[in-house]
Write a protein that binds this ligand. Structure first.
Ligand SMILES: Nc1ncnc2c1ncn2[C@@H]1O[C@H](COP(=O)(O)OP(=O)(O)O)[C@@H](O)[C@H]1O
Ligand SMILES: [Mg+2]
Length: 291
């Protein structure tokens, strides 16, 4: 008997998505990107770590909002997925009607937020206290949505008020309701999980959530959740405001690429091995158990 061959409906830089009727199967590969480029190396187990981390957070936040996860057990999936290369890194998910807003929460000031703050004291239109240093913790986490660009376009930061209008256009009479729910759920998810992560030695500086509507019109959190690919993870140990922080997972890779200009986007194996160890360590720190 031959197994029906399935093709992803979407191949992202790191993830592959398969259509499974009324569900989707999201597969996190072992590909890694640094400085927005996919490296030639595979980081063995990275896909598993990311999928299991999302599962961990979905389980932890069920009391805040329902999520799209159905199963991470390949035995619940079509036969095609019952293979080593999908085992542990695949998540079967409810198909949602996605809301076209990237829900970004920032608990610390860094990256583009820090650049903007230095120019005019604001981040995405939100005025922050004066005297903040790079990587400082914000008095309260802030919600800075952006539009989810159509293919080829860039995501664009919008204010909360603009997110109301943006959603209102696509979901008449629902703009205010959806925008406020997105903001409130995003902040609640971030607070609970970042607080937990900090108690385990990891700072989640910022992150991006995506939400959708289920068949009854209820809001559900989807996509991947609080992984190092959708968030900035910093080691809590050695954290100090006033300069940029090392990335929890990609620091070895980034440092090596910067120091070796003829890299051709290929890491030596010892750097790959150190990177794998960081992903495994991150998973263990957060969940308290080995992968
Ligand atoms: N439960 C879901 N139902 C439908 N679409 C989803 C669900 N979860 C996530 N998505 C969508 O799947 C896609 C994942 O693609 P991804 O590889 O992250 O690339 P990108 O973010 O560049 O579109 C995103 O468009 C995301 O909005
Ligand atoms: Mg994405």
């Amino acid at each position: 008997m031959s197994v029906q061959e399935l093709k992803p409906i979407k191949e992202g830089k790191v993830r592959e998505i398969y259509d499974n009727g009324d569900s989707l199967i999201m597969v996190a590969t072992d590909r890694i990107s640094c400085f927005d480029v996919i490296l030639n190396n595979k980081v063995n187990k990275k896909g598993k770590v990311l999928t299991q981390m999302s599962k961990f957070w979905f389980d932890m936040t069920e009391d805040i909002i329902p999520n799209h996860m159905i199963s991470v057990d390949v035995n619940d999936m079509p036969e095609f997925f019952r293979e080593e290369r999908f085992d542990g890194n695949s998540m079967m998910c409810r198909k949602l009607r996605m809301l076209p807003v990237e829900c970004i929460v920032r608990g610390y000031i860094t990256g583009s937020g820090w650049e903007s703050y230095q120019k005019n004291g604001t981040v995405c239109g939100i005025r922050l206290p004066s005297g903040l240093k790079e990587s400082d913790r914000l008095p309260e986490p802030i919600y800075t949505p952006s539009t989810k660009a159509e293919i080829g376009d860039h995501d664009e930061n919008i204010s909360y008020e603009e997110s109301v209008e943006y959603l209102e256009k696509r979901f008449p009479a629902k703009g205010e309701e959806y925008a406020s729910k997105l903001r409130d759920y995003s902040i609640a998810l971030y607070k609970k999980c970042a607080g937990y992560a900090l108690s385990r030695g990891i700072i989640i500086a910022d992150t991006k959530f995506e939400f959708g509507l289920d068949e009854n019109g209820n809001m559900v959190v989807g996509d991947e959740m609080l992984t190092p690919d959708s968030s900035r993870f910093w080691p809590a140990e050695g954290y100090e405001a006033g300069h940029s922080q090392p990335s929890f997972d990609k620091q070895f890779a980034r440092d090596w690429l910067k120091a070796n200009r003829d890299h051709n986007w290929t890491l030596p194996q010892d750097i790959v091995d150190k990177t794998i160890a960081k992903y495994l360590q991150g998973y263990e720190l957060l969940t308290g158990k080995p992968l």
